[in-house]
Ligand binder design. Structure first.
Ligand SMILES: Cc1cc2nc3c(=O)[nH]c(=O)nc-3n(C[C@H](O)[C@H](O)[C@H](O)COP(=O)(O)OP(=O)(O)OC[C@H]3O[C@@H](n4cnc5c(N)ncnc54)[C@H](O)[C@@H]3O)c2cc1C
Length: 389
């Protein structure tokens, strides 16, 4: 089984200074009180239009983001590329409300595709549906509530933005992944994404939907999507993740009195996740999958499944992906073994990226063991370097 404990490989492109900085960052993130107070203060500073960059840029921003603009990510892209890791540029604007902002985000996605066209280290583009659409509008459409005239027009503009992005993906041959969000808008997102999959995935997998495997209906959905795609003669393409909104989903279900869409325990999610990865690899002729996880076992099982199925490690239809600044031991060791590995590299003005950074800090605090694992790996490598002199 592939091992992830080689810290020399994991941190091969980090200086001692960078490792020490990362260590202290994860020490801070590992403190729930500090994260709670820090997140509160940052939100307050933003709302009061106080400057936040001076504190965030040299710390969390530089660790988890590639830069403030596409071109300022060049150094990160090159650096990852030297270790055989590809970059997915992720314009991380969240919670926007105006058409102007949504058009701007669409243009950023198109610009990342343009960049990808000439840079072999950027294989995909990505976007978050609420980066190009108002959350409340998607919710209303999903509920099949009647839309006012202006809302109907607004929804047409949303569909046009998505079509423009997917059409460009087709024209340039650069695949695009669509992130998954909360269940109360995900059904409409699935419908919009399916339409694009059926339209553009004829010759090769280009439009990827995202499946959150903490949902107990997703394995069946994957199979149904693949069945329908096959009938239409198109590729199924999915990014598989466990899901980022578990607490919110459960709270809402309890408050509103419907049964939770999430597996009751982690073991259920883990099994569904690994079954979905195995299913995709078994159907690799007409299914493309991005295995998006920081879970070591899921990556090991996925890698084993590829090998036992006789697939080359760098099969173009199976990639493994982690977020920049997290789980380098998985990314770098898998890439060194010849697997197809990508990193999500978020970018954007510091202020715009703040909600993303707060989520990263909160996730590292709440996902059991994640921060202590990062700390252990960093300190192991620092010690290794000290004693190997
Ligand atoms: C490249 C990439 C892209 C991503 N894109 C998206 C996206 O588009 N949409 C999205 O929602 N998330 C996305 N995520 C985040 C992802 O959904 C997870 O939140 C995160 O990766 C942690 O899960 P894991 O598999 O890495 O690790 P693990 O630590 O193995 O799993 C933690 C996850 O397991 C699940 N879980 C934990 N406890 C329980 C429990 N008691 N019962 C049931 N399930 C439980 C939750 O989903 C939790 O986040 C992405 C992650 C990556 C790496």
């Amino acid at each position: 089984m592939i091992a992830f404990d080689n810290t020399q490989v994991a941190f091969q492109d980090k200086s001692n200074n960078e490792l020490r900085k990362a260590y202290w960052l994860f020490r801070m993130i590992g403190n729930p009180l500090l994260v709670k107070v820090g997140a509160g203060l940052t939100r307050f500073a933003l709302a009061s239009r106080l400057p936040v960059s001076w504190a965030l840029k040299p710390t969390v921003f530089n660790h988890f983001c590639g830069g403030e603009t596409i071109n300022s990510c060049d150094e990160t892209i090159k650096r990852l590329g030297r270790s055989n890791i590809k970059t997915i540029l992720d314009y991380s604007a969240e919670g926007k409300e105006s058409d102007e902002d949504f058009d701007y985000t669409r243009d950023q996605i198109l610009a990342t595709m343009e960049k990808a066209r000439t840079n072999p280290n950027i294989p995909y583009a990505v976007f978050k549906p609420t980066g190009v659409a108002r959350f409340a509008l998607l919710e209303k459409v999903q509920l099949e509530k009647s839309l006012s005239e202006s809302e109907a027009l607004e929804f047409e503009r949303v569909k046009n933005r998505i079509l423009t992005i997917c059409q460009r993906s087709y024209d340039l041959g650069i695949p695009v992944m669509v992130d998954a969000e909360e269940t109360w808008i995900q059904q409409i997102i699935d419908e919009l994404v399916e339409e694009m999959i059926f339209r553009f995935n004829r010759e090769k997998p280009l439009v990827y939907g995202t499946l959150q495997m903490y949902r107990h209906d997703r394995l069946d959905y994957l199979k149904s999507l693949n069945r329908r795609a096959r009938e239409k003669g198109v590729f199924t393409a999915v990014k598989l993740v466990r899901g980022a909104y578990m607490e919110k989903e459960r709270e809402r279900a309890a408050e509103m009195g419907y049964s939770s869409p999430i597996y009751p325990n982690k073991a259920g999610t883990d099994k569904a996740y690994d079954d979905a990865v195995a299913y995709c690899i078994e159907h690799v002729k007409d299914v493309a999958v991005c295995v998006g996880t920081h879970n070591e076992l899921s990556c090991q099982l996925g890698a084993e499944k590829m090998i036992s199925s006789g697939l080359p490690k760098d099969h173009p239809n199976v990639s493994f992906s982690q977020l920049l600044g997290m789980s380098d031991h998985i990314s770098y060791n898998m890439a060194a073994e010849g697997f197809y590995v990508t990193k999500y590299v978020p970018y954007g003005p510091v202020k715009t990226v703040v909600p993303y950074l707060i989520r990263r800090a909160e996730e590292n605090t709440s996902v059991a063991g994640q921060t202590s694992r990062e700390l252990l790996l960093l300190s192991t490598e620092l010690k290794r370097r000290k004693y190997s002199k």
